[in-house]
Design a protein around this ligand. Sequence first.
Ligand SMILES: Nc1ncnc2c1ncn2[C@@H]1O[C@H](COP(=O)(O)OP(=O)(O)OP(=O)(O)O)[C@@H](O)[C@H]1O
Ligand SMILES: [Mg+2]
Length: 248
Amino acid sequence: MTLLALTGVTVGWPGQAAILSDLNFSLDRGARLGVVGPNGSGKTSLFHTISGILAAQGGAVRLSGQPVRSGQFLPEVALVFQQADDQLFCPTLLEDVAFGARNLGLSADEVERRVVAALRDCGLTGLEDRPVYQLSGGEKRRACIAGALVMQPSLMLLDEPSAALDLRSRRRLITLLEGMDQAMLIASHDLELLLDLCARVIVLDGGRICADGPARDVLGNAALMAAHGQEVPHSLTPHDTARHDHRL
Ligand SMILES: Nc1ncnc2c1ncn2[C@@H]1O[C@H](COP(=O)(O)OP(=O)(O)OP(=O)(O)O)[C@@H](O)[C@H]1O
Ligand SMILES: [Mg+2]
C-alpha cells in the first residue's frame, strides 16, 4: 500500500534554480528507503520538500493519496534534522522530547507514556532535566530522534541519523529503527547503516535520481558508485577470506 508518492517533483529554494528535477518514486507503508548522494546533491532539500517545509517548485508530493501543501501541519511525518541545533529549542530535554506529542493534543498520561518510552529507547533516561545546549553532540542527535518517535508518525525522514554517534549508539539506533514499523527515508553517507536498514536505495546526483534499486545491487555497483563520488561499502567489497574473514 503506497504511503508516499512523488510525481515529477522539482525541489528548489525560493528564488533559486532547481536542485532536483523530475523526481518520481513511491514508498509503501512500513518500507525503508536509503537516500545516497554527495554533499550538496539535495538530500536535505528533498526531505524539507516532502515534509512540507519547502514548497515543491513543480510536480506533486502525496501522502496517503493526499497532496502535501507547504506550511501544513503534518502529524504523519516526522523530520529528524541533520543539524540537531536546528531542531532542539526547549529549555530542557524532557520538554523538547514532549513537544511534538503535546502538539498532537494527546492526554497528559499518553504524552508521558510516549516520552518515557522514547527516552528509554534512545538511551536518554536520567537526562530529562538537562538543558539541551548542555547535551553532547550524540545526545542531541538521540534527543532529536526521541522527539520524532513520540509523534508515532507513519513516515520518518531521518537526515544523517548516525552522524556524531559513537559505535554503541549507532548500533543501538540501527536496532531501534530495525524494530520499528514506520516507513522511513534515511539520508546517509553511512552506507553500511543503509545496507543494514534499507532493502532499496536511490542515488541523487546532478539534479536527478541516478539509480533506484535494491541496496546491495546499487551500492555494490563500483562503476555507479565511483561515477557519483561514492565507494562500494566495505561489507560488499570482495575479501581475501583466508586472511580477512568477517565470520571469525
Ligand atoms: N536554506 C537554503 N537556501 C538556499 N539554498 C540552500 C539552502 N539549503 C541548502 N541549499 C543549497 O541547496 C543545495 C542542496 O543542499 P542540501 O543541503 O539539500 O544537500 P545535501 O545532499 O543534504 O548535502 P549534505 O550531504 O552536505 O548534507 C546546495 O547547493 C545548498 O547550498
Ligand atoms: Mg544534508
